[in-house]
Design a protein around this ligand. Sequence first.
Ligand SMILES: Cc1cc2nc3c(=O)[nH]c(=O)nc-3n(C[C@H](O)[C@H](O)[C@H](O)COP(=O)(O)OP(=O)(O)OC[C@H]3O[C@@H](n4cnc5c(N)ncnc54)[C@H](O)[C@@H]3O)c2cc1C
Length: 576
Amino acid sequence: MIKFKSIVLAVSLTITGTAFAAASFTPGTYEGTATGRNGPINVQVTVDKNKITDIKVLSHKESAGLSDAPLSMIPKEIIERQTLKVDNVTGATFSSKGLINACQNALSKATKDLSPLLVAAPVAVKKPQKDDEADIVVIGSGIAGLTSAIAAKEQGKKVLVIEKQGMLGAGDSMNISTGITAGGSKLIKDKGIRGKSTQDYVDHLMKQAKDKNIPINKENVETYARRGGEIIDWLMELGVPFDRFQNDKYFHITKDGSAPGPHIMKALTAQMKKDGIPYRLNSRVTEILSDKGKVTGVKVSTPDGSYKVLAKAVIVATGGFSASPELLKRYAPDWTNRPTTGASSLTGDGIRMAQAVGADTASMDQIKVNYLCHPLTKKDGVSLTAITPYTVLVNHDGKRFVDENHPSINFKSKAMMKQPSHEAYAVVDQTAMDNLRLMRNYADAGYFVKADTIEALADKLKVNKKEFINTLNQYIADCKAGLDKDKELGRKIQYPMVKPPFYAALVTPSMQSTYGGIKTNNKAEAINTKGHVIPGLYAAGAASGHEAFANEVGFAAIIGLTYGRIAGENAAKYVK
Ligand SMILES: Cc1cc2nc3c(=O)[nH]c(=O)nc-3n(C[C@H](O)[C@H](O)[C@H](O)COP(=O)(O)OP(=O)(O)OC[C@H]3O[C@@H](n4cnc5c(N)ncnc54)[C@H](O)[C@@H]3O)c2cc1C
């Protein structure tokens, strides 16, 4: 977290045991490189005899939006404080570390002794914190938080957004990698697509729930499904470049196949700023305040101290709990020790705080795991879900083991857990790369191995080569024969694998998102353990237990967007 700690120089010297000496450089401009989240980050650092005077990021492949904060804040921080010992921007750790390492790499060419730069510099004194007030406090700045803030502001309310990380959208919303589902959008109509109206979408979700025997809350599902098209239209007006569809044509994806999350967050952030909605970063809400059952505000903790914000309504949009080992152990014990493709900030804070003021929870065991996680470390990975309709999964024995088009992501994850080392290779051809910019970035970052032929690909992977080649050649033959479904597993062939070169990424099931939380009704009001509405408390997005079962029925982001707006509208009505 980029923050100003109130330590004086003397304390710093005592702790580190190192004098805060100035660095000595050979004046000039030096280039350096290091790996970020999506690939190399290249920087140019200029120094005079004793000072870093300029840092330019020359090129990078980091996700737009997600990397904006570190790429703009960290160079300033390094120059201002003349140290490489600056904190990562929380929520963008890989990009932050990559950028700092690239600067270090450049500076290592300018000096023989980097040690003065590896000491934390003394920083500013704490600012006293004052209590504050607002009509409505929104906790969390993902899609649910920002849509609710914008909707409440449209009704003329004084809104304050509070975010615990060092940037807006530091949760899963930046990670939305594939698309947003809805029926009846203007894009569907403009493309002349039939049979995908709002009512068709409602029917589609009800059928999915019926076929899978999932006990959804029909009222909550129908409410969001009826407003989905309108939300897509609004996002497009704000500049989100939806232009095509994947799979069932409810799934809106971007023109170049880049991840929608950063586009949506950029658009919502711009709108929030245009509306003049204030926000606070590095500010963790630690308590929801209430008096005689009514919500009265929140308590906030910052590096500079704590304070209260009094408010007539509070909207909890703190995301899920995929990064809380304690809650996962309780509600998803099978998936506690997996890497995660989700954000590290999602520790279930809002759910716990709402419970402390009497809220009930719903669907806490509903989680989504993601078998298309390419692991980066033991704990973290990136999601390759966008390649689902293109990919064939082959295990280390060179065998396929599941219909890659099976409608349940959890089913496929469980199937992969049974494979050697709980791993497989996700193989795609050039078509997937042509259609999906995000995957081209990931290929550039080295997450995929590439080869002109299946035989050459097999040479580069840890597989039984003979079986791998047989398996893939059989599948490709089915594609070339124009079959709708492959012969081996009956997988629907939507994008025939016929265009070399071929690519393979190692994948393993990961923890992705949680879909249970504060029990809510279709007005996004929080419900207490006696079944009554808690006056002034609203929840939306992954923090809410909306009982829409987005792990199996529909997809999650549209629920967060829709109930975000609904929470903002209803909170505004409530505060009058
Ligand atoms: C890899 C990945 C890919 C995905 N792809 C898709 C997709 O293609 N389509 C789809 O429909 N869904 C997708 N999802 C799901 C989707 O990302 C989530 O459902 C959605 O972003 C949730 O939004 P949210 O606003 O509820 O929470 P988040 O975006 O997670 O935001 C919560 C915010 O609250 C903040 N916060 C937490 N605690 C506190 C506190 N105490 N005080 C202050 N702030 C706090 C967090 O820092 C964070 O910024 C994907 C999820 C992942 C992980």
